[in-house]
Ligand binder design. Structure first.
Ligand code: ATP
Ligand code: CA
Ligand code: CA
Length: 425
């Protein structure tokens, strides 16, 4: 996956969508954030707040460039997830996403038709999801919350928000905001999306040679002879966390998820760096720097955060238009330091058998976890009906998927049996 997608300027087809998503987030999230923190209730899990935007504006929503509706789902639950479990600075989150209306679009890297957008500092990803995925996330939100609470070091996707934008002609677009597993300040030299299955799990090596950013799959991992180089300590920790996460995924009855692995070679460093892009954007009247280290949400009316939020609310008519250059940081932002698997430059450094650090950093996490078995079954039917000779998709039930996934992940660690042995079924 290339680090830099296409920046969305005003002439981009999805500009309006981006504008509406970010405006909704800016207003919805700051509304919730401006209130004094309180413990969660059962109702918070089913709560939804509606906002109606138009060019005039009213006391609840400032005027916007376009007419659209925005829905914020379970805002208090996501606030708790962000602040208490994922240790995100509340103001940072809002500023990263909405201080300037800049996103870059990755288009649709998967088969699902989802679109991916990066926040301008590449810390957050907005993924458009199907209505079924949206309903599913809401249905497991309580379990997810409990799992994250019990497993502060979980490798599962970190969901920071769930929203919906409704455009005038009635098109509804659901999206989640989640963590970008890959760091803004380090090149990723190799990327793998691993499921523990071999059927159709190969990216053609000839194509990979021409496209170094390609997302490789299980068979490429095996054929390239890769292993996760981890000493006994990290191996034990990672295995245990993967075991718990895979158990959870089994319990909520999903499949088709994968372990995304990004590899940074420290010898190679950032030599191939192409992290710059320029385009015209406008910026709402928000302070754009990260002043938030000092802004831990105190809720005090004079806190810089409260001031920023009030300003954000007032800035209904973004006017500044200027050339903006995206320059990504050279250093770790330090916000993942408390997480075992993300503490070395935002990832996990390889270690040898004596647990001594090596020159590789892994960036890994379990992604695409919102596909219940029933949905896959339906999709399979469709495929089979439409193109009979197409490569057969053979979904296995969630329990089997989870066991196979976990066995594969154990096998690819140093000291495991190796992926090749594992897949020769
Ligand atoms: P499909 O259902 O066809 O697999 P999808 O649209 O559901 O596709 P995902 O599997 O979630 O998409 O992701 C597709 C690719 O996007 C991944 O292989 C990975 O390269 C990138 N990606 C997804 N989530 C993240 C993340 N949190 N951090 C970094 N990269 C990600
Ligand atoms: Ca996927
Ligand atoms: Ca998917």
């Amino acid at each position: 996956m290339p680090l830099v997608g296409n920046l969305i300027g005003e002439d981009h087809v999805n500009y309006v969508l981006m504008y509406n998503m970010l405006t909704g987030i800016r207003i919805g999230v700051s509304r919730c954030q401006a209130k004094i923190k309180r413990p969660l209730t059962d109702e918070d899990f089913t709560a939804r707040h509606k906002f109606s935007f138009d060019i005039v504006g009213n006391e609840l929503t400032p005027s916007a460039k376009y007419d659209f509706k925005f829905k914020d789902y379970a805002p208090w639950v996501f606030r708790t997830l962000r602040e208490d479990f994922f240790h995100l600075d509340p103001a940072d989150y809002l500023l990263s996403l909405t201080a300037k209306y800049i996103l870059s679009e990755l288009g649709s890297p998967g088969k699902s038709g989802s679109f991916f957008y990066f926040s301008r500092d590449y810390r957050f990803i907005i993924k458009t999801i199907r209505h079924s995925e949206h309903k599913f996330l809401l249905s497991i939100l309580k379990d997810y919350h409990a799992h994250v609470q019990a497993n502060p070091h979980t490798l599962l996707s970190r969901f920071y928000g769930l929203h919906r934008v409704k455009l005038p002609r009635g098109r509804k677009i659901h999206f989640v905001i989640m963590n970008n597993l890959f760091p803004p300040h380090k090149d990723i030299h190799e990327t793998f999306d691993l499921k523990g299955s071999t059927v159709g799990r190969e990216y053609p090596e000839e194509k990979a040679a021409k496209n170094p950013g390609a997302v490789l799959k299980d068979l490429n991992w095996i054929n390239r002879g890769r292993t996760l180089e981890l000493g006994p300590e990290k191996r034990a920790l990672l295995t245990e966390q993967l075991r718990r996460d895979a158990e959870f995924l089994k319990k909520i009855n999903v499949m088709d998820y994968s372990l995304l692995v990004g590899i940074h070679n420290m010898q190679r460093g950032n030599r191939d760096n192409v992290r710059k892009n320029t385009l015209k954007v406008f910026s709402p009247d928000l302070p754009e720097t990260r002043r938030s280290r000092a802004m831990q949400a105190k809720g005090g009316s004079k806190s810089p955060e409260a001031i920023a939020i009030r300003r954000a609310m007032r800035s209904s008519d973004p006017k500044r238009l200027g050339k903006h250059t995206i320059r990504l940081p050279e250093e770790d932002t330090g916000d993942r330091q408390q997480f075992i698997f993300y503490q070395d430059e935002g990832g996990m450094r390889a270690t040898d058998e004596n647990n001594e650090p090596q020159d590789t950093i892994y960036y890994l996490g379990v992604i695409d976890i919102l596909t219940p078995y029933s949905t896959v079954k339906k999709v399979e039917h469709l495929w089979k009906g439409l193109q009979a000779d197409r490569h057969k998709i053979s979904p296995v039930p969630p329990a089997e998927y989870s066991d196979r996934f976990f066995s594969f992940m154990k096998a690819i660690m140093r000291g495991g049996e190796g992926g090749a042995k594992f897949v020769s079924e």
